[in-house]
Design a protein around this ligand. Structure first.
Ligand code: FAD
Length: 423
């Protein structure tokens, strides 16, 4: 159990509201960990500020007393960035969830960093607008966490990364100084753009307390389709055709039968295709005219680019198809112990990388289950190596601490960029 310096605690008691700090063991456990659930949390306390001023005064005190902090958003991160494992003080942005009125002329909205991603979507949707940062954890993740991780998601192929949708930032530095970066300016070519430095810095440079977000119109006439394809080459061939299709591609996601099997072990899921396959593609498109869409789907089957497929007929069917893809992460953790890796590759190198990956595992770890899924549209693979049932957790953890160098060697061969998670 870690404890904070007595004079630091006295200063907190004197300067902040009585409910500012949590120290209950159950709270320390909950706020001290994120979705990875692998590293044992060991936070010393949890601070829950309500304003930028409180964050600034807290960081000034931490700086003075040498107290280390971990900024904490929705704790949906999968790389243990928000885990407090060494007695750090967790600085949760949870209470800072205010959303200001949407600026319809500028198509922007200012929010506090603790605003939940999905709540921002709902706020903007009232005006026919959206903040197009979107993924399965949107119901819990916060704008501050999205910005701190420069989050991607399922619509990167259409809209790009979070970076593209942040106009201005307010951040508090470790010594308590408050910076306003870029305001709400679309055009600002005066000097270096410090805002971009904070986007993706994962809490290492400062705490994001507010942001001005750029909005875009809500998509119209969205269609969701699911295809079965025989192999990864098939996933890529269909992608080539989709890019040429008579519509705008909003999302192009893939997953394997192994992922679906895990999903079904965890929860009830729709079974929309009559014949199973090793690989599936979820395609979401915008502005497809019915006749053109029908012709395109027909040509996909005529040319045997897919072995089976279905198109959602209404929004609840579309949600069922999306649930197949979005429930995977949760199912892998619920039914086993995944070692997660997030890999970004040029799309052209995905197939060679996966072939090499398969050969590598067959040779080094025969019989180990690999659950592969991801956002083919932007070359992002989620590679989950599952702990074999007959292997002790400690032995698995020992083995997974090792493969990094081998994996880096692998990625060098395929000239890709590979960022291994160390958890
Ligand atoms: C089911 C599921 C699907 C996911 N899909 C995707 C996906 O498709 N693409 C993707 O990119 N990610 C994905 N993620 C990962 C995660 O949801 C995102 O990275 C999300 O942006 C993290 O936001 P958060 O608020 O939960 O941040 P947290 O997990 O709380 O924190 C993440 C990091 O940001 C720092 N941080 C948090 N708030 C602040 C702040 N206000 N100021 C400074 N630093 C801060 C933390 O210290 C930590 O280092 C997924 C996660 C889950 C569980």
């Amino acid at each position: 159990m870690f404890s904070l310096p007595g004079d630091f605690l006295s200063a907190i008691a004197a300067d902040f509201p009585a409910d500012f700090l949590l120290t209950d063991p159950a709270d320390l456990k909950e706020y001290g960990r994120d979705w990875t659930r692998v590293i044992e949390p060991a936070a010393s306390a949890v601070a829950l500020p309500r304003s930028t001023d409180e964050v600034s005064r807290l960081l000034t005190l931490c700086h003075r007393h040498g107290v280390h902090i971990v900024p904490s958003g929705g704790r949906t991160g999968l790389a243990a960035g928000a885990v407090a494992a060494k007695g750090e003080l967790v600085l949760s942005l949870q209470r800072m969830n205010k959303m200001f009125p949407v600026d319809l002329l500028g198509a922007t909205v200012r929010v506090q960093a603790g605003a939940v991603t999905e709540a921002v979507h709902a706020h903007a949707a009232e005006h026919g607008l959206t903040w197009p940062v979107d993924f399965a954890s949107k119901g819990s993740s916060q704008v501050g966490g999205n910005i701190a991780t420069n989050a991607g998601g399922v619509r990167v192929i259409r809209y790009g990364l979070t970076r593209q949708w942040v106009l201005g930032l307010q951040v508090v530095l470790a010594n308590g100084d408050v910076l306003e970066l870029n305001g709400a300016l679309e055009k600002n070519n005066t000097g270096a753009d410090l805002r971009q430095l904070f986007i993706g810095s994962e809490g290492t440079l400062g705490v994001i307390t507010e942001a001005t977000l750029k909005l875009t119109r809500l998509p119209e006439k969205v269609e969701v389709l699911l295809f079965a394809v025989p192999d990864l080459a098939g996933v890529l061939s269909l992608f080539r055709e989709a890019r040429k299709g008579p519509f705008t591609v909003m999302a192009y996601e893939f997953f394997t039968e192994k992922c679906l099997t895990r999903l079904r072990r965890h929860r009830k899921a729709a079974n929309p295709l009559s014949s199973p396959s090793d690989y599936y593609v979820l395609l979401e498109v915008e502005r497809a005219e019915s006749e053109a869409m029908e012709a395109w789907v027909g040509s996909v089957f005529e040319r045997e680019l897919a072995t089976d497929g279905t198109q959602a007929q209404h929004s609840s069917q579309a949600a069922e198809l999306w649930a197949l893809r979005e429930g995977i992460s949760e199912s892998l953790s619920a039914t086993g112990l995944p070692h997660k890796n997030d890999i970004a590759l040029p799309i052209a190198e995905l197939q060679a990388f996966c072939a090499e990956l398969e050969a590598f595992f067959e040779k080094r770890y025969p019989g180990w289950e690999i659950a592969l899924f991801g956002h083919i549209g932007d070359g992002n693979l989620h590679l989950n190596v599952m702990k074999p049932d007959n292997l002790e957790k400690a032995e698995f953890c020992k083995k997974r601490a090792r493969p990094t160098t081998t994996f880096l060697h692998l990625s060098k061969n395929t000239k890709g960029r590979f960022r291994p998670n160390t958890v």
